[in-house]
Design a protein around this ligand. Structure first.
Ligand SMILES: [Zn+2]
Length: 278
């Protein structure tokens, strides 16, 4: 299942956009006899369909074993759409399933800046990946000037080594599209072990997290030990303790300060579960 297909006349179709990204309508491609559509990844023939989750997409006539788009899970499929929707809600152009010319990467969601240059990839990474692979794939994007945010639904060994978010899995009663953002105090020189306990996980809506990331409200900061976390730029120097004897290692205090400065909403409204589209 993918959100994109290649149309001989119109080029790349994006099922997540009302006009399919090219001035056409869903009725122009859904159940149209004789229409030839191809998978952008494997070039196999695909057809337009609506999933049980009501997500419009394209499926392969014959499912090839080696096509990433054909073999992605329903959860991955839906999370990609959530990420694209969040990026668009934040005011950005976002394309699904787009790769670079050298074919060294293909982003689940590629986000473009005001000059229409790609600057951020949002990757729904639900299958296992080693920390080394995460770093290598992040570096491939970086070679093209594109940053990445990796999004997981469970704790992963790579989540501290690259910019990442963790979202709550869908489908559970009362579970909403939320994600966790982390930051911690910069360790003081004498607090190597203790400060590792100062990580604070912030829950917010996925929309908020993506908006902060894309609009630059938070950025991926790499600590001295290589750990990466999202934090506001103004908080990086704030974490450096004025005196080694008085380290700011209380993340709750940092969080209160963040609230006081108006960066984070005081209460994050719990949204209806957008995982289940109706
Ligand atoms: Zn394919």
């Amino acid at each position: 299942m993918g959100y994109t297909a290649v149309h001989a006349g119109s080029g790349l179709l994006d099922a997540s956009l009302d006009d399919l990204g090219c001035g056409q309508s869903w009725a122009d491609v859904h159940r149209v006899k004789g229409l030839e559509l191809a998978c952008p990844e494997c070039r196999g023939r695909v057809f337009a369909r609506i999933s049980p989750h009501r997500a419009r997409h394209f499926y392969h006539q014959v499912r090839p074993r080696d096509c990433a788009l054909a073999n992605e899970s329903p959860a991955h499929h839906l999370l990609k759409l959530e990420l694209a929707t969040a990026a668009r809600a934040a005011g950005f152009r976002a394309e699904l399933e787009v790769g670079n010319e050298a074919r060294t990467w293909r982003a689940d969601v590629l986000v473009f800046d005001e000059q229409d240059r790609p600057f951020m990839a949002l990757e729904a990474q639900l299958s296992p990946m080693t920390p080394q692979d995460a770093r290598m794939r992040t570096d491939r994007y970086a070679a093209d000037g594109v940053a990445v945010c990796w999004v997981a639904m469970e704790k992963r060994p790579w989540e501290r080594g690259v910019p990442s978010l963790r979202v709550a899995p869908p489908g559970t009663a009362g579970t909403h599209g939320r994600c966790a953002m982390e930051w911690r105090a910069t360790p003081g020189p004498r607090h190597t072990v203790k400060t590792k306990a100062t990580w604070t996980r912030i829950s917010c809506s996925l929309d908020d997290a993506i908006r902060w990331i894309l609009q630059g409200g938070v950025h991926a900061h790499t600590g001295p030990d290589g750990t990466v976390w999202w934090t506001a730029r103004s908080y990086v120097p704030a974490y450096i303790p004025p005196h080694p004897e008085q380290p700011i290692n209380n993340a709750n205090a940092a969080y209160r300060r963040l609230l006081r400065d108006g960066f984070m909403p005081r209460s994050t409204p719990v949204r209806a579960a957008r995982w289940r589209r109706t």
